[in-house]
Design a protein around this ligand. Structure first.
Ligand SMILES: *Cc1c(COP(=O)(O)O)cnc(C)c1O
Length: 227
């Protein structure tokens, strides 16, 4: 079941890349394993997944103790400063830096374990739909500049969530905004590479607009049980 779902998603990604002339190898497929059991996660790993995404700090800590192998954990959820300790050891990437205060705290925790933490800035590209993420040029540039100077942070990219809607144009606008923030940063001397955007509902559009990290749960694992 999971292997078949994954194959379907993979074929779709390859088909879109072919249509628009992108190279499949520049896109990471992150299987969002939140709420999934160890057994289910091991199944997706044996189907070839190399990247797993979690959105709850303690859940990531617990799973990282149970499951290991040749793959990377991505922390994709909102992060409170007092929970950095749960993710700092295992998260290869933290996608959700949304304030200088949080960046500062992650930097300190990373320093204390001698790690350079790869981070992405979460950008609020859909003002009304999302509570989280940086918005406004000054806030974004100040946070990027802080991360750039912080010794134990490596700012590798930007992340956004489009609103849950069937209106493709609203979704596309969010992704175009994220790409243009990246271009603005890079034209002022930053070197931001990754665009983490695209979920089950909208990953096709995200690939068209330049996504390099897709965060996909439902299309791979099926509907999550509501808690
Ligand atoms: C749950 C989640 C996803 C995946 O959502 P699906 O619709 O199941 O693909 C992606 N990104 C974040 C931040 C999430 O919390």
């Amino acid at each position: 079941m999971i292997a078949e779902n994954l194959k379907r998603v993979e074929e779709k990604i390859e088909q879109i890349c072919l249509e628009i002339g992108r190279n499949r190898s520049e896109i990471k497929l992150i299987a969002v394993s939140k709420t999934q059991s160890k057994e289910v996660i091991e199944e997706v790993l044996s189907a070839g997944i190399k990247d797993l995404g979690e959105n709850k700090a303690q859940e990531l800590r617990d799973k990282a103790e149970l499951i290991s192998g040749d793959f990377n954990w991505h922390y994709i959820g909102h992060l409170q400063s007092n929970k950095i300790k749960y993710v700092i050891k295992s998260a290869e990437f933290i996608h959700s830096v949304d304030s200088i205060k949080l960046a500062d705290e992650i930097n300190k925790k990373a320093e204390s374990i001698n790690k350079v933490q790869k981070v992405l800035l979460e950008i609020n590209t859909s003002k009304e739909a999302s509570k989280f993420g940086l918005s406004g040029e000054k806030e974004i540039f100040d946070t990027a500049a802080f991360c750039n100077l912080a010794k134990n942070l490596d700012i590798v990219g930007l992340m956004t969530m489009a609103p849950y809607t069937n209106d493709m144009e609203i979704i596309r606008k969010c992704f175009v905004t994220l790409r243009s923030v990246k271009e603005k940063l890079n034209s002022s001397g930053f070197r931001v590479k990754e665009l983490s955007m695209g979920m089950t509902n909208d990953y096709e559009i995200a690939i068209e607009e330049g996504a390099t990290m897709l965060r996909i749960g439902t299309a791979i694992f099926g509907e999550r049980n509501l808690i």
